[in-house]
Design a protein around this ligand. Sequence first.
Ligand SMILES: NC(=O)c1ccc[n+]([C@@H]2O[C@H](COP(=O)([O-])OP(=O)(O)OC[C@H]3O[C@@H](n4cnc5c(N)ncnc54)[C@H](OP(=O)(O)O)[C@@H]3O)[C@@H](O)[C@H]2O)c1
Length: 233
Amino acid sequence: MAEHRLALVVGANRGIGLGVTEAFLAAGWDVIATARRPAEATALGDVADRHRGRMTILPLEMTDPTALDGFGALLGDRKLDAVLINAGVAGPGHRSADAATEVEIGVLMFTNAVAPIRLARTIVPHLKPGPGVLAFSSSVMGSVAMNSGGGHELYRASKAALNSLTRGLWGELRGRNLTVLSLHPGWVRTDMGGAGAPVSVEESAQGIVRVIEAQSGAYQHRYLDYNGSEIAW
Ligand SMILES: NC(=O)c1ccc[n+]([C@@H]2O[C@H](COP(=O)([O-])OP(=O)(O)OC[C@H]3O[C@@H](n4cnc5c(N)ncnc54)[C@H](OP(=O)(O)O)[C@@H]3O)[C@@H](O)[C@H]2O)c1
């Protein structure tokens, strides 16, 4: 029997990460999924129960530098076909640079921009050259070119910073035959996106898996939405 492709989904206990985990499994992939506290991740545990032998759940807290740097070792000798570093936060409720404290900016920027890249560096040695895809949950809000209306300025800045750091990482990875994606999942009905968002978790998640599958082997860094459409930087 052919070996299943193996994906890692970081931040998989709810929202888009949980949906992407289910979409990978439905498409025939095996999945390693992370949650801050696996014992409390009941929805993710239910998915694992329904797919016994095809799923592993690992703990990961994105604000813990030791956990980030040590995560590669938790993967052992497993080789990955795809990674989605999805965990992210909306930032302080006031959303304003004028009201922001150093601590609020530290948590937002570390969680959304710095931690994903720091984590990626420990995962890259586990990605298969050739098919390997390293994807980040960015946002259209990280686009400087598309920002015509303002608002959400701190969150926007964190995703623009993630895109910039991702491009730098891509430069380091040149010649390794890997594909790097900055993905916009759509405006999705999750705790972060809110009940009024137009896109369901299932639609977004299935689109993300299709885009990852389609981009494998492209060996570029692309900024795409969940339908595979290009976004201006
Ligand atoms: N929803 C949208 O419309 C939308 C649009 C564009 C981009 N995005 C991006 O897509 C990603 C997922 O969004 P979502 O809507 O699914 O958000 P969500 O429902 O709020 O879920 C966020 C996920 O990130 C995890 N997470 C947050 N902080 C973490 C930390 N410090 N360590 C480990 N895990 C952490 C959460 O775990 P806990 O349960 O432990 O908090 C949860 O699994 C985010 O990066 C977001 O910025 C979302």
